[in-house]
Design a protein around this ligand. Structure first.
Ligand SMILES: Cc1cc2nc3c(=O)[nH]c(=O)nc-3n(C[C@H](O)[C@H](O)[C@H](O)COP(=O)(O)OP(=O)(O)OC[C@H]3O[C@@H](n4cnc5c(N)ncnc54)[C@H](O)[C@@H]3O)c2cc1C
Length: 479
């Protein structure tokens, strides 16, 4: 094994200027390698950088053009909303190293008064009930292009003196020794090489090879839960030149028991609208101009069509097919190799319509940092890190997964297990939605859970349970 990359050597020189005390206090190991330099990989590198002498991120894409368009991240051509919980976790991971997204052009969006849902003629500030008047709450998410978030994270991560991001290099496998992972194999600009590390973090996303690598080494695959939603996104950018309303996100929905179509217009940086049309189960939005507009016209509200038909399209129309959400239960495995962990879409892929993917990855990175800190303080080291994290991640995943599942199950064509637990949760959510109409505090709590600022248990407080008893038949308006 040798250090094959110039960037590593340059960073290694910078490391010499760091104090010996820094390492003896901080170190969990000499080197950590992160596979994939996208949202999960960048945040994971930041999270572990206080505990390793050097962190090397290996990214397959060359990131030409500043990485604004990326072959391996086609979803970047579609709306990417950052939830408030994700924005808070980024601030805690990066501190001042990462500017507030609004200073880079991202649009802060308060869900209580700047996102409007159109169900026919009826408008509401929540999708599954009727809240016709805006309410102001003291937190917000951000609307922007995905490349704005990723570029900001990349700059902030690369500024960290002991992190290197190596571009245009594909990891091809893991190096094993006595059942634990001791490094990676990669294909760079010329031949196959290998690089050793004390911790490998796979953040290579939906297309990760981790399952086959584990299986080749004799480890079992984790049990999986799937929800087949068969979604097609078609998205394009438009000039946002004539809408003066305070609403920054307009969502027109056509949701029946067998049909679910959505049109969404979100204000992003540079006075642009990201326009996304979504259809399911063969009822897909077309990618050509005429078909795109015709699909928008047939939504129950004309709002989306009205906005875009008077505006100039500034990008191609991009299409993305999302077949299913997949939750991998690594926490259920009795054996897992030491020195290997995963974050982000490598672990779970969730229906993107609810905007939870980036936030989940960022919160996982934050939990990784907390776990390494706790282990450092107790002298526990890295042994058993993966199962420890998988238990934590399973709890973290409960909220986004269940919130998505109760909504997905409304469409009878969705193929999924409709368990008793899920049906009970769906009833609870109906009751909460009904309460939110009258009570601003419950509306706020519901949004805080959606935004992953609070856990699901926030929807089960004594006060909420007392209120629910007073609703004889909770009947929120249909979605
Ligand atoms: C249509 C759509 C819309 C979405 N909208 C939202 C939204 O509004 N809000 C939100 O929060 N989330 C959204 N998401 C989800 C979000 O895109 C993902 O959850 C997020 O990108 C996960 O990040 P990641 O780093 O885990 O994976 P990815 O972003 O997929 O990155 C994986 C990285 O690994 C690299 N890589 C892969 N294999 C290798 C290898 N062998 N060697 C080296 N590098 C490798 C790739 O080049 C890539 O850079 C959406 C997803 C889709 C599909």
């Amino acid at each position: 094994m040798r250090l094959p990359f110039k960037p590593v050597l340059i960073k290694a020189q910078r490391l010499l200027t760091m104090t010996h005390q820094h390492f003896t206090q901080a170190v969990h190991g000499h080197r950590a390698i992160v596979i994939g330099g996208s949202i999960a990989g960048l945040c994971a590198a930041r999270a572990v950088s206080d505990f390793f002498e050097e962190v090397i991120i290996i990214e397959r894409d060359p990131l030409n053009n500043g990485g604004i368009t990326r072959k391996s991240v086609p979803q970047a051509q579609h709306t990417h909303y950052l939830l408030s919980g994700g924005a808070n976790a980024l601030a805690s991971l990066y501190g001042k190293a990462l500017p507030d997204l609004s200073t880079l052009g991202g649009i802060p969006i308060s869900s209580g008064n700047q996102t409007l849902f159109y169900n026919g003629q009826q408008t509401s500030y929540l999708p599954n009930c009727v809240i016709p008047e805006p309410r102001e709450f003291d937190f917000n998410g951000y609307s922007q292009s995905r490349s704005l978030v990723e570029t900001a994270l990349r700059n902030a991560t690369e500024n960290q003196s002991n992190i290197s991001l190596l571009r245009g290099i594909t990891v091809t496998g893991l190096l094993w020794q006595h059942g634990y992972v001791k490094g990676i194999c990669y294909k760079g600009h010329s031949q196959e090489e290998s690089l050793a590390a004390d911790l490998i973090i796979d953040c290579s996303g939906r297309g990760s090879h981790i399952l086959s690598w584990l299986s080749q080494a004799g480890f079992h695959k984790p049990p999986e839960t799937m929800i087949d939603v068969d979604l097609v996104y078609c998205s394009a950018r438009y000039e946002a030149n004539q809408d003066t309303s305070p609403i920054n996100i307009h969502v027109a929905r056509d949701a029946t028991l067998t049909n679910s179509r959505v049109g969404m217009v979100s204000l992003i940086e540079e006075k642009q609208w990201f326009v996304t049309l979504i259809g399911q189960f063969g009822n897909y939005p077309p990618k050509n101009e005429d078909g795109f507009l015709a699909f928008a016209r047939t939504l129950p509200s004309m709002k989306v069509y009205e906005l875009i038909s008077r505006s100039q399209r500034t990008s191609d129309i991009h299409r993305f097919h999302f077949p299913r959400s997949t939750r991998r239960h690594y926490e259920a495995l009795s054996q897992f190799p030491e020195r290997l962990i995963m974050l982000g879409d490598t672990l779970n892929v969730i229906n993107p319509i609810y905007g939870q993917g980036m936030t989940t990855a960022i919160l996982q990175a934050q939990k990784l940092k907390e776990t390494l800190t706790r282990r450092q303080q107790s002298g526990q080291g890295l042994t058993g890190l993966a199962p420890d994290l998988f238990r934590t991640y399973a709890k973290l995943m409960d909220a986004p997964w269940q919130l998505a599942a109760v909504q997905d199950m409304l469409n009878t064509k969705t193929r999924m297990e409709r368990s008793e637990t899920l049906l009970t949760f769906a009833q609870h959510m109906m009751a909460i939605n009904a309460l939110a109409v009258e009570r601003a505090d419950i509306h706020k709590t519901l949004l805080e859970v959606f935004h992953m600022r609070k856990p699901l248990s926030a929807l089960y407080t004594d006060t909420i349970m007392e209120h629910i008893k007073t609703i004889p038949h909770p009947h929120p308006a249909p979605a």
